[in-house]
Design a binder for this molecule. Sequence first.
Ligand SMILES: N[C@@H](CCC(=O)N[C@@H](CS)C(=O)NCC(=O)O)C(=O)O
Length: 338
Amino acid sequence: MKKSVIFGALTVAGLAAGAAAAGTLDDVKARGKLNCGVTTGLVGFAAPDANGNWEGFDVGVCRAVAAAVLGDPTAVEFVPTTGKTRFTALASGEIDMLARNTTWTFSRDVDLKFEFTGVNYYDGQGFMVPAELGVSSAKELDGATVCIQTGTTTELNLADFFRANNISYEPVPIETNAEAQQQYLAGACDVYTTDASGLAATRATFEDPGAHVLLPEIISKEPLGPLVRHGDNNWGDVVRWTLNALITAEELGVTSANIGEMAGGTNNPEVNRLLGTEGSLGEMLGLSADWAKNAVMAGGNYGELFEKNIGENTPIGLARGLNAQWTDGGLIYSPPFR
Ligand SMILES: N[C@@H](CCC(=O)N[C@@H](CS)C(=O)NCC(=O)O)C(=O)O
């Protein structure tokens, strides 16, 4: 097991070095399509709807980048990836970026040679159990069978948590969230552990969500965000500043509803720079003047994307919490547009 993890990391690193050539922005423009890696399906974050159109909070980041670069939020090839396949897909150049509830860690940045371009969801790892189990704390899980997705930080945190608390567990390794859901509901494991947002999204699809409880412990930090390969800083800037544009738009009150009017010019210079009626920020990125306008129009600003896909009025029902704007006491904060 250990051997295969090390081998996997080396393979990914080797591929990263081979595919580190600059020019992703030109490649995407020439192709006329963004290849965006997403999950195999996690409702609210990335999943195809009944007509096969990908929807969700992470999908929204892909569409915003496509809109910023190509002027078309539909010019995206969504590439489903698992916890295990996602890094090879990015390192090999199969995808231009990954937007798949992926945690920013030291080794993914430094060792696997990726560049996280920001955080679109501050999360932490939680536990879900059937209410009938009568468990009220993760510390009561000694001897439990635990469904756990391979190739994730979840796997490593779980081992740390049980070791630190001197309790044992039996892992039931799974590859996708769909498989986890199936195994958990079939009783193949007592517990499902993953990012708390993923647990909320998964529980929302259950026939009887109330029959399952999320335990109070959050055992890790999981800053989730989009990533690209090391070595192509221009492309990294495009993805980073597209996410920042969505965040800044919310902070400045620019929404999909008023953006048409605001793009005519306002008396707020930062809004004007963001929307390209003043300055030349788009040109500096190698994009058109209205790149950020197109990004926001793709699916709304950061707050709109949050509310529509995963917010309190959706079945997933996530509060903004840490993901509120810094002006509201949260961690969502974009550097200035100047
Ligand atoms: N954030 C963690 C876990 C990410 C993860 O893979 N989560 C699962 C469970 S929420 C998932 O997204 N599954 C979707 C899929 O199977 O495609 C990581 O980066 O390792």
